[in-house]
Design a protein around this ligand. Structure first.
Ligand code: SF4
Length: 368
């Protein structure tokens, strides 16, 4: 009978021969308990595909335009109804004013903004946000709105995904973040996000965005009800679209935080660090056509994110001013990570810290 070591060796042979891994390989990797072996294999794959010693980060500002949402995903601790205490919907003017104020403090190069799917705004609200931000800060890259939000806008405006994306692009949109993907398998969606549109819509939005020259990101929210097979299926679907379009800039695995959700009342706990590292490693190994895998420190903490740089990750995301969605769900990491701290962690991990812009152009490099 083949041992785990044997099966990892079989995957290693494929990696060394630059052969594409298949569904069974993905399962084998996730079922393996040889965590260090997985990390080593993922790092080997990263380097064979052109990765070096660089570990990237971006200076970015996180904003949420509204926390009012009609969808009610079961894993979400952020959304409220319009009538609930604490509900907010910021005007485009207020968002611009806030961003300008923040810029004086941090000098970010990117704004990352997502929010709830509010039925109380119209499509022009979104266009105005993009236009006014772009006019106020033309040199800042606008990474705004998940595919789910784009789909929501198409319903609000009676428009196609393409019409929505064209209008936003023409107003100054630079790229899309990767949220809303969750786990694509129908079974999982029914359990955790029954109110969300079918994953086909997520793919349609990203495919059209790529065709229109709008690069996007992709994610997987893991650590809830999904099986290993459903994780691998998710990764393979992303790989397939990337084969077709080449438009994904980076993959970001997102660990599920049960705090303040219905799952906390059922006694669920956050994923263990070992699973986080395993997901990073397997993502790197399976996604042979996506150049960047992020260890999202806001969710896993900077010490583990630094370790993840040896498990296939090559990016720790950003300085992240004011992240609220995952903090509503209990993430306890500092929301304003200073550049010096990021640099220190990356250096201690033996990597070269490189500040990048959204499109992975180098902004600044530190000695290792
Ligand atoms: S995850 Fe997004 S779509 Fe789902 S309830 Fe929360 S804000 Fe709404």
């Amino acid at each position: 009978m083949a041992t785990v070591v044997d099966t990892l060796e079989q995957v290693r042979e494929k990696v060394e021969a630059d052969e594409r891994l298949d569904f069974e390989d993905g399962l084998t990797l996730l079922e393996s308990d040889d965590l260090l072996g997985l990390g080593e294999l993922a790092d080997l794959a990263r380097r064979r595909r052109g990765g070096g010693d660089e570990a990237y980060f971006v200076q970015n500002l996180y904003l949420n335009q509204t926390n009012v949402c009609r969808v009610k995903c079961k894993f979400c601790a952020f959304a409220v109804t319009q009538k609930q205490e604490g509900a907010y919907t910021h005007s485009p003017e207020a968002i611009v004013e806030d961003a300008l104020r923040q810029r004086e403090l941090t000098g970010f190069t990117e704004i990352h903004m997502v929010g709830g799917e509010s039925p109380h705004v119209d499509f022009d609200y979104y266009v105005q946000i993009v236009r006014q931000l772009h006019e106020a800060m033309p040199d800042v890259h606008l990474k705004l709105f998940t595919a789910s939000e784009i789909h929501h806008m198409s319903k609000l405006g009676g428009l196609t995904h393409e019409e929505v994306l064209r209008a936003l692009r023409d107003a100054g949109l630079g790229s899309l973040p990767g949220g809303g993907a969750e786990v694509f398998a129908d079974r999982v969606r029914r359990l955790v996000a029954p109110g969300k549109e079918h994953p086909d819509e997520w793919f349609d939005v990203h495919r059209i965005a790529h065709r229109l020259g709008i690069p996007t990101h992709c994610t997987m929210l893991y650590g809830h009800v999904e099986t290993y097979a459903e994780r691998v299926d998710h990764l393979l679907r992303l790989r397939e679209l990337q084969d077709e379009t080449g438009g994904f800039l980076a993959f970001i695995p997102l660990a599920f935080h049960p705090e303040n959700t219905v799952f906390e009342r059922r006694g669920w706990k956050q994923s263990a660090g070992t699973d986080d590292l395993k997901v990073i490693a397997v993502s790197r190994l399976m996604l042979d056509n996506i150049a960047h895998v992020k260890a999202y420190w806001i969710m896993m903490g900077m010490p583990l994110a630094a370790v993840a740089l040896h498990f296939g990750a090559n990016d720790v995301q950003g300085t992240v001013v004011r992240e609220t969605i995952f903090h509503a769900a209990g993430a306890t990491t500092e929301t304003e990570q200073k550049v010096e701290e990021l640099v220190r962690y990356v250096r201690e991990a033996g990597r070269v810290p490189v500040q990048r812009d959204t499109l992975y152009n180098e902004v600044r490099r530190w000695a290792s």
